[in-house]
Every structure is written in structure tokens, then in C-alpha cells.
Design a protein around this ligand. Structure first.
Ligand SMILES: NC(=O)c1ccc[n+]([C@@H]2O[C@H](COP(=O)([O-])OP(=O)(O)OC[C@H]3O[C@@H](n4cnc5c(N)ncnc54)[C@H](OP(=O)(O)O)[C@@H]3O)[C@@H](O)[C@H]2O)c1
Length: 281
């Protein structure tokens, strides 16, 4: 019997690779990212262990031609059961201090790639009344801070976009499920690439593994939850934040954000390569 297909962007590391590892048994995959060698390694591992067929799509989703190519695979795959819009990156430093190109690239990747692939995925799945989409957003959608302006803004957009689609699908009693996954600090290559000092936070219990994040997401899909915030600490934090009066929220975001900004700037200062371009993938 032919298997369902799962498409994952940013499958070459971290949360995306963990989704791929969890879902490879019993599914075929479309693995999308720029690092083709990493995708090939995963594909051969899954083929050996589970007989999984993986289509590798080498694509920089912030580039129009590559995005169009990825969207075509998603549109045409009649066995598509799940699309995971996961590719993303962070930046260090204040908005105007980091190159405009990096800021624009983040908006293209987090927003335009999500729009394009979700449109392709939903046209495909709604017609069959089957499937699901996971948009990997962030706790930053609820708790903003200086130094993460574009990141928080694009992740807030992603969460609002998912909510709108949830309402549209629910309104037509569709079986297609959609989720905004909102992780907090997660061990992956994300912060390592930023040169971010995670030592202190690691002791605070706020860090989670990609495995915990992915388990929470898949569990949420089974329960058709539109928002999944993995970890009780983050659930408490986001619940409190959404109830705070604006002035209190801004004061808190300012205090915690200043500490975080100082932390990232001093960490980045020890990694000159990253400081130049403020690019943090
Ligand atoms: N780690 C955290 O603490 C955390 C917290 C909240 C949310 N998130 C979100 O989780 C998602 C996954 O991040 P991660 O933590 O797993 O980080 P990661 O290990 O750095 O993985 C990021 C993935 O995105 C891909 N990617 C980046 N730019 C791309 C581009 N232009 N085109 C195609 N693929 C691109 C990377 O692949 P290539 O480099 O091979 O292209 C990589 O596979 C991101 O959306 C991030 O915002 C992470």
C-alpha cells in the first residue's frame, strides 16, 4: 500500500530533522532545505531503517525560484498528508543595526514562504478533505523583546495567519487540521549559530529538547489543537502575558529583553563572523 507523504521545510537540522526522524517510519518524505548533503544523509538513513522514500528539494526558500519549485512539489503530491513550515532563523542586535538584506530575508522566509507553501498545501489537501499543516512559530509571538523585532513580528504574523486558517477550516467543517507550534528555547543549531549564551538559562529549566517540542506538536495534532506551546513554564508565561495590561507587558518585555539583548550582543562579539552580517541561521 502506498504511504502518505510528509513535507518538511528546514529538515536539515534541529526541530525539522527531529520531525523527519519521528515521522519517517511509515511515511514517505519531502525534505526541503539548503544543505543538500544533510538531507541526503537523513534520506539514506530512513531508506535503510524504514524503507522510506525521500524526495530531496535543495531550496533557499527566501528565493523566488526555489520557493516556486518547492511549492510545485507540494501542489502535485497527491499523497500529501502533512506540511510542516519549519525553516527559520534569528538575528542578533537592534533592527536598524542589522543589514536590511537579512531583515528582508527573514520576512521572505517566515512570511512569504509560509504563505506560498500553505496555499499550495491547502489547495491540495482541502480538495481531498484530508491532511494537516504545522506552522512552526515561537513563544516570541506572545513575548516580544528588543533585539528580536523582525523575529517576533514574523512569528506573531505566523500565529495570526494560522488562527485565521483554523477558523476558515473549522467554519467549513473540514477534516484538514492546522496548528501554530510555539516553542520556547529549544536545543538545536539555532542559538549555537547565533553564538548565544545559553548556559545560565539551561540551568533555569527553560530549555527544551527538539524531541519534547515535536512530541508536543504531534500530540496537539491528534487533538486538533490550533496552538501548541510546549512546556508548562511557557504555557504559564504565555497565559499571563496575554492577560497583562499593555503597560505592564511592555515593562516586563523591556526588562527581560534588555538582559537578553546584552547577552546576545556580548556573545556575538566573541563570534565576529556572525556580528558582521547579524545572520544567525
Ligand atoms: N531553537 C529555538 O529555540 C526555537 C524557538 C522557537 C522557535 N523556533 C523555530 O523553529 C524553527 C526551526 O529552528 P531550529 O531551532 O530547528 O533551528 P536550526 O537547527 O537552525 O534549523 C533551522 C532550519 O531552517 C533551515 N533554513 C534556514 N534558512 C533557510 C532558507 N533560507 N531556506 C530553506 N531552509 C532554511 C535550515 O536549513 P539549511 O541551513 O540547510 O537551509 C535548518 O534546517 C525555526 O522556524 C525557528 O524560528 C526555534
Amino acid at each position: 500500500m502506498s504511504r502518505n507523504v510528509i513535507a518538511i521545510t528546514g529538515a536539515s537540522s534541529g526541530i525539522g530533522a527531529t520531525f523527519a526522524r519521528k515521522l519517517a517510519p511509515g511515511h514517505d518524505l519531502i525534505l526541503i532545505a539548503r544543505r543538500k548533503d544533510r538531507l541526503e544523509e537523513l534520506a539514506s538513513e530512513f531508506s535503510r531503517l524504514y524503507d522510506t522514500q525521500s524526495k530531496i528539494v535543495e531550496a533557499d526558500l527566501s528565493r523566488e525560484e526555489d520557493l516556486a519549485k518547492a511549492a510545485e512539489y507540494i501542489s502535485n503530491e497527491q499523497r500529501l498528508a502533512l506540511l510542516i513550515n519549519n525553516a527559520g532563523f534569528g538575528t542578533t542586535g537592534r533592527f536598524w543595526e542589522s543589514p536590511l538584506e537579512v531583515q528582508e530575508r527573514m520576512h521572505r522566509l517566515h512570511i512569504m514562504a509560509t504563505v506560498r507553501l500553505t496555499h499550495a498545501g491547502l489547495r491540495n489537501m482541502v480538495a481531498r478533505d484530508y491532511g494537516g499543516i504545522i506552522n512552526v512559530s515561537s513563544v516570541s509571538a506572545f513575548v516580544r523583546s528588543p533585539g528580536t523585532t523582525s523575529y517576533s513580528a514574523t512569528k506573531t504574523w505566523m500565529t495570526a495567519f494560522t488562527e485565521g486558517l483554523y477558523l476558515e477550516l473549522k467554519g467549513m467543517k473540514s477534516n484538514v487540521v492546522i496548528q501554530a507550534l510555539c516553542p520556547g528555547f529549544t536545543y538545536s543549531e539555532f542559538h549555537d549559530a547565533m553564538g548565544f549564551e545559553r548556559g545560565r538559562l539551561a540551568k533555569s529549566g527553560f530549555w527544551m529538547t527538539a524531541d519534547q517540542v515535536v512530541e508536543a506538536s504531534l500530540d496537539g495534532m491528534r487533538q486538533r489543537k490550533p496552538f501548541v506551546v510546549p512546556g508548562w513554564r511557557y504555557r504559564v508565561l504565555t497565559a499571563i502575558f496575554s492577560k497583562l495590561p499593555t503597560r505592564a507587558r511592555l515593562a516586563f518585555e523591556g526588562i527581560t529583553g534588555r538582559a537578553r539583548l546584552a547577552n546576545t550582543l556580548s556573545a556575538a562579539a566573541t563570534v565576529p563572523k556572525k556580528l558582521d552580517g547579524s545572520e544567525t541561521e
